[in-house]
Design a protein around this ligand. Structure first.
Ligand code: NAD
Ligand code: TDX
Length: 345
């Protein structure tokens, strides 16, 4: 198969590129990425040495560039990871999220129709379902849970999902959608909670926990997300939505304490800061459908996954030190100084 992966220089996209190259010797991967602040060619250095891998720098909302790329390759499936992905950045500046996440999705689907690509997969998120209350552990997101978004990020992802379903019904585009819970693992950009806490703890810097730290996320090791998408694009039913998650709910503060314990750092580094606006309380995925239809199960338990992740950040210091030494420092100051914390830098 020739698989066109968008956003392959980012966290999950890059892990997916390696998942395919390492597991399928007959598959080729064409990666399309605009190389925004979140895209990193260093992440793809091993892939660049593989004859089965081609890199195309382009913005998915640039119709002309995307049509040229689709004209150059014989594509069997498109897997769209490319997106602005950070909730806090969407609160600061929503516009880019609408362009990349919604219009970019439309351009890719138009290209699929124009060039008769037989399969389009949209990588979506559990955030499209909004949040669940903290005091109802019996409630989970199923594929039937109504869309109910909180942030400009989640609204942009939900809008894209609706467009994907509309292109299926109106134009007959053969689509699937997956909605996964929070990922963690190698190549996770250090603006997101887990890598931010690991990298700051290693530098003995304060760890900014939003609000009370009681908000719950449902963490999945990134390779398990990749194996689920791989199953969906090969065996999933056209027109269907599949939730992906491993029943691994944790309060943020507990995750931060686990990281500190693993690194042998004191809990006194924890600093409670002003909460995220509109902060979703709890995410929790019901993965029954993908398990019963496609036989998917996660392979990595959180206890092992978090150890592997911490080891990866210890072994790959130059990868993240390059990131945090650049414009990231301005980002951190801008995002955190009004939260009553950055003053201590
Ligand atoms: P990321 O921010 O690490 O990477 C995004 C990648 O997309 C980057 O390489 C960036 O350069 C590229 N990109 C952004 N806008 C682009 C555009 N207009 N054209 C081309 N490339 C563009 O994101 P991630 O965490 O790897 O998330 C990947 C996808 O998975 C996103 O669609 C996100 O909504 C979804 N998702 C993420 C999580 C999570 O926990 N991180 C969970 C569920 C779903
Ligand atoms: O400094 C922080 N302090 C903190 O307490 C940061 C960055 C986050 N948090 C909290 C907010 C969330 O409750 O940690 C939790 C996780 O935050 P993020 O890592 O920003 O992830 P989240 O907002 O849950 O969204 C992620 O999962 C769903 C991804 O970034 C999305 O792309 C995905 O769709």
């Amino acid at each position: 198969m020739n698989i066109l992966v968008t956003g392959g220089a980012g966290f999950i996209g890059a892990n997916f590129v390696y998942y395919i190259l390492d597991n399928y010797s007959d598959d080729n991967v064409i990666c399309v990425d605009a190389l925004t602040y979140a895209g990193n060619m260093e992440t793809l250095s091993r892939a660049m040495e593989d004859k089965r891998f081609t890199f195309e720098k382009a913005d998915i909302s640039d119709r002309e560039a995307i049509y040229k790329i689709f004209g150059r390759h014989d594509i069997d499936v498109v897997v769209n990871f490319a997106a602005e992905s950070h909730v806090d950045r969407s609160i600061e500046n929503p516009e880019l999220f609408l362009r990349s996440n919604i219009l970019g999705t439309q351009v890719l689907m138009d290209a699929c129709l124009k060039f008769n690509v037989p399969r389009y997969h949209q990588v979506s998120t559990d955030e499209v379902y909004g949040d669940l209350p903290l005091d109802r552990p019996d409630l989970f997101f199923t594929e039937e849970t109504p869309i109910h978004t909180s942030s400009p990020y989640s609204a942009s992802k939900a809008s894209a999902d609706l467009l994907v379903q509309a292109y299926h019904r109106t134009y007959g585009l053969p689509v699937t959608i997956s909605r996964c819970s929070n990922n963690y693992g190698p190549y996770h950009f250090p603006e997101k909670m887990i890598p931010l806490m690991i990298t700051r703890a290693l530098a003995d810097e304060s760890l900014p926990v939003y609000g009370t730290g009681e908000n719950v996320r449902d963490w999945l090791y990134v390779e398990d997300h990749c194996s689920a998408i791989d199953l969906i694009i090969r065996k999933g039913r056209i027109g269907e939505v599949y939730n992906i998650g491993g029943h691994n709910e944790r309060a943020n503060i507990d995750v931060v304490k686990i990281i500190l314990r693993e690194l042998g750092k004191p809990e006194s580094l924890i600093t409670y800061v002003t909460d995220r606006k509109g902060h979703d309380l709890r995410y929790a995925i019901d993965p029954t459908k993908i398990h019963s239809e496609l036989g998917w199960l996660p392979a990595t338990k959180f206890e092992d996954g978090i150890k592997k992740t911490i080891k990866w950040y210890l072994d790959n210091r130059s990868w993240w030190e390059n990131i945090i030494s650049g414009e990231y420092a301005d980002y951190y100051k801008r995002m955190y100084e009004n939260r009553g914390e950055a003053k201590k830098q």
